[in-house]
Design a protein around this ligand. Structure first.
Ligand SMILES: NC(=O)c1ccc[n+]([C@@H]2O[C@H](COP(=O)([O-])OP(=O)(O)OC[C@H]3O[C@@H](n4cnc5c(N)ncnc54)[C@H](O)[C@@H]3O)[C@@H](O)[C@H]2O)c1
Length: 278
């Protein structure tokens, strides 16, 4: 969908968007789609990411205040919720698009993980969702009927070796979404994870072998890999009132990859590659 046209699906809704780093970030694309659909929101990222300064452009374009928050700090998360309340009152949606693994960044093999870094991976990429929901409740900033999305990856279910300890982080993230979702359901609040296909962003390109993972998924998925903008459109539907009874789900947004075995194109390629063995 073009950035100009919208359906007004989020008219009057307010939210918090975590994780926009640069214009390739999935959260950046989601922020633009939410604006197009009529939402108001605050943007948040770690102070170290904000120092890069690129988020200012998105803030201007969407008229959204930036509130710094390193999600590994409970104090920061609580402060962010209080400031959001001052800025917007209650919120109707929250996007968690946060992921970071020092082990992946520093190319540590899975059998030789640095455990301090593993703790950081789990804390920043998964436990942060618990903190966000906990302080959103405690500060009374999250409205009844709100919708929360955290972005995940199929590494939570299947082994993708280069994704290393991020596979474990995504499994924990999805579990926290289910468990917290069950507890918030009495307020009509839904919590889901969207399992997005490989997408060319700065987090994506930090993974060794990412281009091969991208091509592999693209060749197998009948609809091909979805872009960050397509992910944004999907997230809009989940933030909207059209999906009020969808909760505690891990929702695949992957062009059909998860239920595919192999594509004709891959078979043809493999036949050529292994011609000598047949
Ligand atoms: N790119 C992909 O292929 C892909 C596929 C599936 C899921 N995802 C997930 O989508 C989400 C967004 O990633 P992206 O690909 O847009 O990359 P990205 O690098 O643009 O976004 C990751 C964000 O996490 C933020 N972050 C890291 N440490 C933080 C901290 N301590 N406190 C607050 N924020 C912190 C970064 O500053 C950055 O904005 C992540 O959860 C990622 O795992 C990405």
């Amino acid at each position: 969908m073009s950035q100009e046209k919208g359906y007004g699906l989020l008219k009057g809704k307010k939210g918090i968007i975590f994780g926009a780093l640069d214009e390739r970030s999935i959260a950046w694309r989601i922020a633009l789609a939410c604006k197009r659909e009529g939402a108001d929101f605050v943007l948040s990222n770690a102070p170290v990411a904000l120092r890069l300064g690129t988020l200012d452009a998105l803030s201007e374009e969407t008229n959204a205040k930036i509130i710094p928050c390193d999600v590994s700090s409970e104090e920061d998360v609580e402060k962010l919720m209080k400031e959001t309340k001052k800025e917007l009152g209650g919120v109707d949606f929250i996007l968690h698009a946060i992921g970071m693994s020092p082990n992946v960044r520093k190319k540590k093999e899975y059998r030789d993980l640095n455990y301090q870094w593993l703790n950081q991976t789990l804390d920043i990429s998964a436990i942060s969702l618990h903190k966000v929901l906990n302080y959103a409740e405690k500060t009374d900033v999250i409205n009844d009927g709100a919708s929360v999305i955290a972005l995940s990856y199929i590494g939570a279910q299947r082994i993708f070796s280069k994704y290393s300890d991020m596979n474990d982080a995504k499994a924990l993230l999805e579990s926290i979404a289910r468990n917290y979702g069950s507890r918030l359901a009495d307020r009509g609040i839904r919590v889901n994870t969207v399992s997005q296909a490989p997408t060319k962003t700065s987090a994506g390109s930090g993974i060794k072998g990412f281009d091969s993972m991208y091509t592999f998924a693209d060749k197998i998925a009948p609809l091909g890999n979805p872009t960050a903008d397509e992910c944004a459109d999907y997230c809009v539907t989940l933030f909207s009132d059209l999906t009020r009874k969808v909760t505690m789900q891990n929702l695949y947004h992957d062009g059909g990859f998860v239920t595919s075995g192999i594509s004709e194109e891959m078979i043809d390629g493999l036949v050529k590659l292994y011609a000598d063995e047949e």
